[in-house]
Write a protein that binds this ligand. Structure first.
Ligand SMILES: *Cc1c(COP(=O)(O)O)cnc(C)c1O
Ligand code: SF4
Length: 445
């Protein structure tokens, strides 16, 4: 299959586009000038049901929708587009709106950049002790863009620096010097946008050397969903599989962290073939997705998805709460609803699907799981648990927040039982205090 990409400048060439209403077309123009928009022929022909667009999850996952901007932002952009053909003016308005959409949530830019010999490694993030995230500079785009994505600023050219580095050897040095690191997680964008040769240039240095602490290489990707041919029939698919095979032969666990948001993404012959091929050489596949209004906010969708994943030999891994950025209001569901959906879905499946953890928020102190709603001594509370923490000692700690029907993110929560702070807050403040020197902070590593 030959890849054909569609974005704002050429989406009108999509044959099915005639099925859109005037409002849907307007929304693509207005929202698509603010948030990223890209799709492709596989998504268009195999995943979207063009006869049911009002309810179609894949359409909403990849095409801009009116509700993704507030009325105020929508109208401002619409007016500029109607009145002006001036690119600069359109761009200025787009950037003004973007800055109001919390482009950098959870302190990603400032707080997690590691150093080697006093030099900041800008293509890396190291937040949790065992796992280093690596953002290869050539993997900063995707086969299609998800409308909920928290990485949107880098796709609209807002970030001068996209965390990226070509410094594969610095990555290798860092992992070698930090023996507490067991995992490297390649992320992006989507690292599986890279040609096999380029991806190999990042991997080979890691294989050429003995790094006993390196146990798992993970690749965070949506290619199985948006372009499964990457692993089967693309020009470089065989080369990629051979590279994967050499990672595994070296004794390093290779895991694809696959993003699937709806069962429909697991139903095509192309994705089944790709999964089969990866599994046949021993690549592990773990799956994750945010829970999103309009896309997958029902227990049936999740239980169906987990079952299909397990039947295809994949391991359900995370259900996330969407981050507080971009079109969050469109996709947001309350923490309570997310937990109810998780629980109802979890009840419908057998233990082999219950490897999944969630719903989980990736926020500044760590990954926080909503374990449930309960009542202690007459106070209704959220029971929470830290799944990952900036301080490893926080991991696994249960804690409590006041019940709040409307809460959609950690920021909305207050500690239960009239306590002033959550258990991690003082320490977090200390960690972010620039006057505390790095050696002291290193006790967390
Ligand atoms: C989620 C995440 C990881 C990986 O966490 P696991 O629970 O091991 O999958 C690593 N780094 C960051 C910054 C993350 O958000
Ligand atoms: S594939 Fe991943 S990084 Fe790319 S737009 Fe979707 S969620 Fe974002």
């Amino acid at each position: 299959m030959k890849l054909q990409s569609f974005a704002l400048h050429n989406y009108k060439n999509i044959p099915q586009i005639a099925k859109l209403t005037a409002e849907q077309l307007e929304a693509i123009e207005v929202v698509g000038n603010v948030l990223p928009f890209k799709t492709n022929n596989y998504v268009v022909n195999e995943l979207i049901d063009w006869d049911n667009l009002d309810n179609d999850p894949m359409f909403k996952l990849t095409f801009p929708q009116k509700g993704m901007l507030s009325n105020e932002h929508y109208d401002s952009m619409k007016i500029v587009l109607e009145k002006s053909k001036n690119r600069d003016e359109i761009k200025r308005m787009a950037n003004t709106i973007r800055l109001e959409l919390n482009p950098h949530p959870a302190g990603q830019m400032e707080h997690n950049v590691p150093e080697v010999n006093g030099e900041k490694l800008l293509g890396m993030q190291h937040k949790y002790r065992e796992t280093v995230l690596f953002f290869p500079s050539q993997g900063q785009t995707c086969h299609a863009y998800c409308t909920f994505c928290f990485r949107w600023p880098q796709f609209v050219g807002m970030d001068e620096f996209k965390f990226a580095t070509k410094e594969a050897s610095l990555l290798k040095d860092y992992v070698k010097e930090n023996s507490q690191v067991t995992d490297i997680l390649f992320t992006g964008g989507d690292p599986m946008i890279m040609k096999a040769k380029i991806f190999a240039s990042y991997i080979q240095p890691l294989l050429d050397e003995e790094i006993p602490n390196l146990q798992t290489i993970r690749i965070g990707t949506k290619a199985l969903s948006y372009w499964p041919y990457k692993f089967t029939s693309d020009d470089d698919a065989d080369e990629l599989i051979t590279l994967f095979d050499s990672i595994i032969k070296k004794g390093i666990n290779l895991t694809i962290m696959a993003h699937f948001s709806h069962p429909v993404e697991l139903e095509t012959e192309a994705v089944k073939l790709a999964i089969k091929r990866l599994r046949s050489i021993g690549v592990q596949i773990r799956t994750q997705s945010p829970i999103l209004k309009h896309i997958n906010d029902s227990p049936e969708v999740w239980s169906d998805m987990w079952r299909k994943q397990v039947n295809l030999n994949c391991i359900p891994y995370y259900m996330f709460i969407p981050r507080d950025t971009g079109a969050q209001d469109y996709f947001a569901i309350t923490l309570e609803d997310a937990w109810q959906i998780f629980r109802n879905a979890y009840q419908k499946v057998s233990g082999v699907c219950r490897t999944v953890r969630g719903p989980s928020m990736s926020c500044t102190p760590g990954k926080i799981q909503i374990l449930g709603i309960s009542e202690i001594k007459g106070e209704k509370i959220f029971v929470l648990r830290m799944l990952q923490g900036r301080n490893p000692d926080w991991v696994g700690r249960p804690f409590f927040a006041k019940y709040d029907k409307k809460a959609i993110w950690l920021d909305d929560l207050k500690p239960a039982f009239d306590e002033e702070k959550f258990f991690f807050e003082d320490e977090l403040e200390w960690l972010f205090n620039e006057h505390v020197n790095d050696d002291e902070k290193a006790r967390f590593e």
